[in-house]
Design a protein around this ligand. Structure first.
Ligand SMILES: *Cc1c(COP(=O)(O)O)cnc(C)c1O
Length: 456
């Protein structure tokens, strides 16, 4: 039998997070206060975030120690395995060596608990009693509900309305963990009411749900807001994925030629790739290729604009410089594969703008085809989000077949798809169509971007 799994014992779990801010070749653009258009200060964030997370958001330290209490809960599922996809290689008839880091074994089924546990811990230590957040299909909300349950915090979740009704199972998981879940837009916040007045049938969006959650956090002393992606401190916490993977690849004397991750807000992609990008930026691994993969229906990196924009629809967040489709972007209803956020993490955006990483987009039918083939070869049903990475792996493996090169590919299998069977059912019954976001609509969203005079 060929050994296909590379495990790391709990005793070898990385004890520090890697912070890419220490190594960026050019500085990251500062977030701006939307009222003054001046760089924000830590005080601007203290109404909704605890001090330690604000420090991490701006920290110049390359490595930041993971608290003992956080490591303890991580070991429920971490270190997660790296698996060599021998059967997939055979199916693709490729000389490429394909490895994946499997984050689907975490509680709630994805990488999201990596930051949820850290965020709940730092909020608890700051004396906060309740967290409030948004969630799309429910992955982030359910991951955070795992974490708040562990640390004895209350949790209130604004779930995008269309998912609240169409995808009830993650809502059930959140409630089992003790969370309260509202359909967003709701009538319990000003920002929710404003949206409902304009469009009583609004399906909601992540941008709207973020506005609702921030509003509650900003108006309650003992309540903070928590975001599952995009922010620097989220990328930091996710670096545990890549730190583990580096150790695991070294155990089999491998170093990847190509790294691939799907990218919604950028966190699982960053988590796997940033610790390797550290080597590339240090000049050791100049040829390493790093590919972020997104849907053709929500192409923030590949079709978006690199500019200052709000993280939410109501304009409560600081202005952040990122690749964005505009904060008024509403994902097409036909799109089933997740990765729907209008923007992209500033760090990921910055690296893309500097040509350190690449980006690709794919249509949903070819993505679901790849998910099916992966399931049949490896026996794991991927989350539709993760399947975007799988599609890109297929393409790189095909190139290897043409050239005869035995490249080492490592991708992040960010989650399993057992709660996404509804989307797979639509796929099987031919209810999914490809949809490319039309240029004309993108231009309309761009026209509504905030105007920043000093945006160079
Ligand atoms: C949330 C999620 C994503 C997308 O978010 P990122 O911040 O881009 O990682 C990808 N895969 C899975 C399984 C998810 O749950």
């Amino acid at each position: 039998m060929k050994d296909n799994k590379i495990y790391l014992p709990a005793s070898e779990i990385p004890t520090s997070y890697y912070n890419i801010l220490a190594d960026l070749p050019t500085p990251l653009a500062m977030p701006l206060n939307p009222a003054t258009k001046e760089p924000i200060s830590p005080a601007d964030l203290s109404a909704i975030f605890p001090e330690e997370l604000i420090m991490q958001e701006m920290s110049p330290e390359r490595y930041i120690k993971i608290p003992e209490e956080v490591l303890n809960i991580y070991t429920l599922s971490r270190p997660t395995p790296v698996i060599r996809a021998f059967r997939l290689e055979e199916f693709l008839d490729t000389p490429a060596k394909i490895y994946f880091k499997y984050e689907g074994v975490n509680p709630a089924g994805s990488h999201k608990t990596n930051t949820a546990i850290a965020q709940a811990f730092y909020n608890k230590r700051a004396g906060i009693k309740k967290l409030v957040t948004e969630t799309g299909a429910g992955q982030w909300g359910s991951a955070l509900s795992v974490a708040t349950n562990h640390f004895g915090l209350d949790l209130e979740v604004f779930m995008v309305k269309v998912s609240f009704h169409q995808k009830p199972y993650r809502k059930t998981m959140m409630m089992l963990h003790g969370a309260t879940v509202h359909a967003s837009p709701s009538d319990i916040t000003q920002s929710g009411k404003a949206v409902l007045e304009k469009d009583p049938n609004s399906p909601g969006s992540l941008g709207i749900a973020i506005s609702e959650a921030i509003e509650i956090a900003a108006n309650n002393e003992d309540t903070n807001y928590s975001l599952g992606s995009v922010l620097n401190h989220v990328m930091l916490h996710q670096s545990i994925i890549g730190e583990e993977a580096k150790k695991q690849m070294a155990k089999v004397d491998e170093y990847p030629d190509i790294l691939i991750g799907c990218s919604g807000g950028g966190s699982n992609f960053a988590g796997l790739t940033f610790p390797f990008i550290h080597d590339k930026l240090a000049g050791n691994k100049k040829d390493l290729r790093i590919i972020a993969v997104e849907p053709a229906s929500c192409p923030s990196l590949t079709k978006g604009k690199f500019t200052y924009d709000f993280g939410d629809t109501a304009g409560y967040t600081p202005l952040i410089k990122m690749f964005t489709l505009g904060h008024n972007f509403i994902p097409p209803k036909i799109h089933a594969g997740g990765l729907r956020y209008h923007g992209m993490a500033p760090t990921v955006s910055h690296l893309y703008n500097e040509n350190i990483i690449e980006a690709q987009n794919y249509h949903q039918l070819e993505v679901f085809d790849a998910a099916r083939d992966f399931l049949r070869a490896e026996g794991i049903l991927p989350a539709p989000e993760s399947a975007h990475a799988i599609k890109a792996v297929f393409e790189e493996a095909k190139k290897c077949k043409e050239t005869g090169e035995a490249k080492t590919i490592l991708f992040n299998l960010s989650g399993h798809g057992f709660l996404d069977l509804g989307a797979y059912e639509s796929y099987l019954s031919n209810d999914l169509e490809d949809y490319e976001l039309p240029e004309e609509l993108i231009m309309r969203y761009f026209a509504e971007l905030p105007v920043i005079e000093n945006d160079l």
